[in-house]
Write a protein that binds this ligand. Sequence first.
Ligand code: ZN
Length: 393
Amino acid sequence: MKPAYLRNPRLETITTRLLSCEASTEGRYLVELEDTIFYAEGGGQPADGGRINEARVLDVRKQGGRIIHSVDRPLRPGPVELILDIDRRRDHSQQHTAQHLLTRLASDRLGWTTIGFGIGETLSHIDFDIRNPTAEKLRLLEELAAVEIRAARPVQLRWVDPEEMARLPVRSRRLPEGLEGKIRLVEIEGVDLNTCGGTHVENTAELESICLVETESMHGGTRVNWVAGGRVRRRMAEREEVLAEIRRLTGAPDRELTSIIELKLSQLREARAGLRRMREELGASVALRLRSEDGAVIGHHLEDREMLPGLASALAGSEGNKIYLLLADDGSFALALEAGVSGSAEELGPLVAGALGGKGGGRDRLFRGKTSQAEHFEAAISALKAQLGRPPG
Ligand SMILES: [Zn+2]
């Protein structure tokens, strides 16, 4: 017997018998039923959702000739009540019927052949065997679909023998492997006749509208992403919300948003370049001041961590025999050795990193690292002084 969702797709609830329930991975349980109203994933359409008694249906798949329901809790064999998630079903039926319509119109009116189809979480897609469709052609396809939606064409199901199907103008004759007996046909009256085991709306008016969103180049053709039905309204509402927020942030009306954002971004780039120049100048003057300080080991605290690399490089290897330990507010630190210092970064760096309770790396005259214990700064300075005070060897 064919499952209830194929015999009568309108059923939203039935009572049937649970045959078996096995524990699966990740707290899921695999359930087999005598009959089911839940559509199993296939043909580009995701599975239905809903409830089996108190258990939530997470997935439905065909395995061989069986339909396996994945649920979130164990269930006992015996009578069970199935309740369909009708919102999810309506959404999938809208997307799926819209695909029939788009595929047919694209084929008849534009000469585009469908090579793939899918319903994602937010977008549905059809893959066509064409390259770079023009915006005009995409708008035309959308308009052709709108005409058929306004025409409120009935969508009907029927079962036919293979002999009868052979006489009918069926669009795609590809059938699931191992299919026996009668074949299920879906007809959009006056527009399309096709074999299909999916779920559909009863009238094209139920599609509400179809909106083509974007295209992507893909191997062998072009993917057209679109939305149909309730998804059009949800998408519109989400975008309106984002636009309202951008209007609020920029204080500009819609038609000026892109030019205002372009202007702000170019101002930001200029400001960053200016800041970089100022840091370089400031770094040079701080380096000059530090080099004039007395003592063999000079410690310096920076509030602007972005200045640390430039300053450390300016000091490392310069003429003299001082050691500089620089620490920025975020815990980044650098050890810079002047040319005359007898030790190296490989030798003194780890000593400083250890005293600061941090990590780092470097060689020759420069060592950089990071610590979360900035309070050990003075201890690190003392450790360096003690190391320098030791006789060589
Ligand atoms: Zn279908």
